[in-house]
Ligand binder design. Structure first.
Ligand code: ADP
Length: 472
């Protein structure tokens, strides 16, 4: 079995703020069948240690970015983990990236530089009896690892995966020394980005190969509209860039066995969950579809467009149940909107409730301005909720629009719209409500969505081929 060190700042079910955690948590299981063993390097946040226990000591540092640190080897829920126990960086309450003021911890660059440093050292063989054939780095938090290998003159093949290019891991140039980075690479060919240090750019220029989480997003990333200033760097490495869709963990997301819902096997079984969902949100019965949103509330997710489109949804007899948190302005606006009896909003993060929402919802709305892959539309497909999505990134790659031809061919799985505007979303909502009023068509669509493959099989094969190519 060939060995990979997967380096990530979050990993389900231990610690999660978004899709990265789901992917980091599911990939090891998916790759095992392809002949690749993934060991996951993750910070030992308090919530993680609480679940895993302290395990065995695999390495000790007297001084890792200023303080002692310990590498702990533990197994949890099928995951083979190396936990970086550096209390000065990770022993903090609350959100893993944000302080109590809701802002990034000021030392985030150092916190995740330490993670990347540890990864690079592990790649050179500091853990007894183990050395990875490949380093798989996820997002900016792991992106300095290939740079640290390079500056140490060490050679371990690496894959840099972009889950979301909106986060660069920027630090001011004065932190070069603190981040153990050499000034000779602080250039436009290196990790310099408009006079800042960019951790993500370091990974993009120094990893052996690059990937992102859908083919369409891989294309989009080379354009100024989506590349967020890194489109040139990515375009210059286009030949090394792959787009591989995320799958979902079918053991966790199974309508038949999910402990958070009333289990069901076909569209008929959704009714009980819809009832439970209405109860959970205090929503009345209605003539139109019960639409749901489970999302971070940020500019990216386009939920301001949904606010504008709500009158259309209500006029069509539809309802909305929203679960999310984030931008205070959006939180406030949705709270206000929930004064309408057919709109219910829960501000917060609630994993079990999210399962009930996919199980009980008639449709899931994802009007993202950009979306590297997106997972909620995949959960929607699996649970027979019709995804209504902006035609961008991974949303475009995973939902087949129910146009006449696709309906006739029996391949339609949802509704896609473009451009990402309130008007286009309103049209999509009207189409959704039209389908809902045609029960035969609606059931056919639901059945088709539930059959759509959303597991890891195909993507795991693609990752295996890519890993093999990179490692030779
Ligand atoms: P992103 O990673 O950009 O946030 P994704 O769609 O890739 O978007 O993944 C989001 C993940 O986080 C999904 O698993 C989704 O169900 C979950 N999620 C987002 N917000 C919440 C919330 N408020 N409560 C529970 N789960 C949430």
């Amino acid at each position: 079995m060939r060995q990979v060190l997967s380096v990530t700042s979050e990993c389900a079910p231990l610690v999660k703020t978004g899709g990265l955690a789901d992917v980091a948590g599911a990939l090891p299981g998916a790759m095992e069948g392809e002949g690749w063993h993934l060991r996951t390097l993750l910070p030992a946040y308090p919530a993680v240690l609480e679940k895993t226990g302290k395990g065995k000591i695999a390495h000790k540092w007297n001084d890792l970015f200023g303080h002692p640190a310990t590498l702990r080897k533990v197994a949890y829920n099928g995951l083979d983990l190396l936990l970086l126990d550096a209390p000065h960086f990770y022993n903090r309450p609350g959100n893993i990236y944000l302080g109590p003021d809701g802002k990034d911890w000021p030392d985030n660059p150092e916190r995740f530089a330490a993670l990347s440093w540890a990864a690079a050292e592990i790649a050179t063989g500091i853990v007894p009896d183990w050395r990875p054939d490949l380093l798989h780095c996820h997002d900016w938090q792991a992106a300095l690892a290939p740079q640290y290998l390079r500056q140490a003159g060490q050679n371990c093949p690496s894959l840099m995966t972009i889950h979301n290019i909106a986060f660069h891991g920027l630090a001011p140039a004065e932190r070069l020394g603190a981040l153990k980075l050499p000034s000779e690479h602080f250039t436009s060919e290196g990790f310099e980005f408009w006079s800042y240090i960019s951790a993500l750019k370091a990974g993009l220029v120094s990893a052996t190969a690059l990937s992102t989480v859908s083919p369409t997003y891989a294309e989009e990333l080379t354009s100024p509209e989506f590349g967020m200033g890194l489109e040139g760097v990515i375009a210059s490495r286009k030949g090394d860039l792959s787009g591989i869709l995320n799958g979902i963990d079918l053991t966790v997301w199974s309508p038949k066995t999910d402990p958070n819902i009333a289990p069901f096997t076909g569209p008929g079984g959704k009714a009980r969950n819809k009832k439970k969902l209405r109860q959970a949100f205090g929503l009345p019965e209605a003539d139109g579809p019960l639409t749901v949103v489970v999302s971070r509330l940020t500019e990216q997710k386009g939920l301001d467009l949904l606010l504008a489109a709500l009158p259309t949804l209500l006029a069509e007899g539809g309802q909305l149940a929203l679960l999310g948190s984030g931008d205070p302005g959006l939180e406030y606006a949705f709270r206000q909107a929930s004064e309408a009896p057919d709109i219910a909003v829960k501000i917060g993060y609630d994993e079990p409730l999210s399962h009930l929402m996919f199980a009980g919802g008639d449709a899931v709305l994802v009007p993202s301005r950009f979306e590297p892959c997106g997972l909620t539309q995949l959960y929607a497909l699996r649970y027979g909720a019709i995804p209504v999505v902006a035609r961008t990134g991974g949303l475009a790659d995973t939902v087949i629009d129910a146009n006449n031809a696709a309906i006739r061919a029996g391949v339609a799985t949802g509704i896609t719209f473009s451009p990402t505007t309130a008007e286009a979303l309103e049209t999509a909502i009207r189409r959704l409500c039209g389908f809902y009023r045609a029960p035969d068509l609606w059931t056919k669509l639901q059945k088709r969505t539930m059959q759509h493959p959303v597991g890891w099989d195909a993507s795991a094969r693609e990752y295996a081929a890519l890993y093999s190519r990179i490692t030779g």
